[in-house]
Write a protein that binds this ligand. Sequence first.
Ligand code: QV4
Length: 474
Amino acid sequence: QHNPHWWGNRNTIVHLFEWKWSDIAQECESFLGPQGFAGVQVSPVNENIIAAGRPWWERYQPISYKLTTRSGNEEEFGDMVRRCNDVGVRIYVDVLLNHMSGDFDGVAVGTAGTEAEPRKKSFPGVPYTAQDFHPTCEITDWNDRFQVQQCELVGLKDLDQSSDWVRSKLIEFLDHLIELGVAGFRVDAAKHMASEDLEYIYSSLSNLNIDHGFPHNSRPFIFQEVIDHGHETVSRDEYKDLGAVTEFRFSEEIGNAFRGNNALKWLQSWGTGWGFLPSGQALTFVDNHDNQRDAGAVLNYKSPRQYKMATAFHLAYPYGISRVMSSFAFDDHDTPPPQDAQERIISPEFDEDGACVNGWICEHRWRQIYAMVGFKNAVRDTEITGWWDNGDNQISFCRGNKGFLAFNNNLYDLSQDLNTCLPSGTYCDVISGSLIDGSCTGKSVTVNENGYGYIHIGSDDFDGVLALHVDAKV
Ligand code: QV4
């Protein structure tokens, strides 16, 4: 279940973290479809606990499988899926199969109004009772398989996926989403569930809904959240044949490289050469909604120059199933999404350039990022050729004869003739500008009959990357 069921030549997923369904529907029609995005990962869709201050993470504490959250209700969800599919943008849902909510004093009331008593492991909205869960214990040793898979991740009531009842409820929930037209799932905390149980669940799911344009016998796309830094007892390799797996080493290493901790020249062997999963099994990202909040090597929107360079490399180098993060501004781990005085999530608003203004960051609307989504579509099915580097932090490469990228992460200019592998002509650098009505608003590069062009990226240019492709020829 590794096929993401992309439409046409599209090949990038965006995570619209905490967005409302009606806003995503609108975004599919007005932005994502036109810009060639392949799909959207949406926040959890099922009913969750209500935590004080409404932190984003309350959505990782399920109360039932009713489809009502702060992002909207079932009707709005169904409408979104249909409208996005209609413009060739797939929907992937973040699903919580590992657990229900953590402790809550007394009776909790969820976002759909359902009552539960998490302390007693009583969730009548499903229904689940104590016997559907593993006995309570704490994960203290992350290299102890039993603890990782049968104890409680941060105190979240740990479902027993080997039980027929639990399996049937999870399959029913996922099948309901398939019926509504989704293309697949991000499986949260997959590492905390035995791979045999997941295999049973995945293989029991319905085929995708043909009324939403999926071919007969299409299997749901699965990508599993397994954090494996390379030395874990429960490893990514146990899950990779069931579906794609999040490749966290990619995120850490790309951050290291573009922060300058590792010379860009080493990226020539990027991918499996770095010990990453085979390309078709790896879900890749510069940052995700968890590690963007941690200090460390991982880059996020707060370091925009390096972040844009890392994202350009991510989308230009043919490795992995790419996902772009779209965040809201945060100060700390608990910052809620943009919300009003009644704690309702607010809709993104845009300035005249299309950038988000009211607390939403919308990295996917940064020109340098959506232009690279277009680049990736334009060069699809080509290989890396013509690698060049200066032995340090200046690199360039071609994607067949369809695209060319150059990066300068040195403190001096990159100025020289380089092989772009492109047919002769003048190309618009889609990073510094756009091709509008046949003229380029940024840098242009003239390529001669031998495929060479003069490339300049000043060390103090606004962006440290330049990108040319055949769909942006002046
Ligand atoms: C607190 C204490 C615990 C204690 C518990 C007892 O910290 O030590 O056992 O109370 O009641 C929130 C709070 C957390 C609190 C917990 C339970 O932050 O302090 O525990 O609720 O009340 C998200 C957030 C968590 C949040 C959780 C549930 O990141 O902070 O916890 O949602 O709301 C590992 C896993 C990996 C996981 C990653 C974060 O291998 O699978 O940790 N990633 C996924 C998601 C992530 C999500 C979860 C899993 C849980 O990507 O966003 O956690 O669904 O690496």
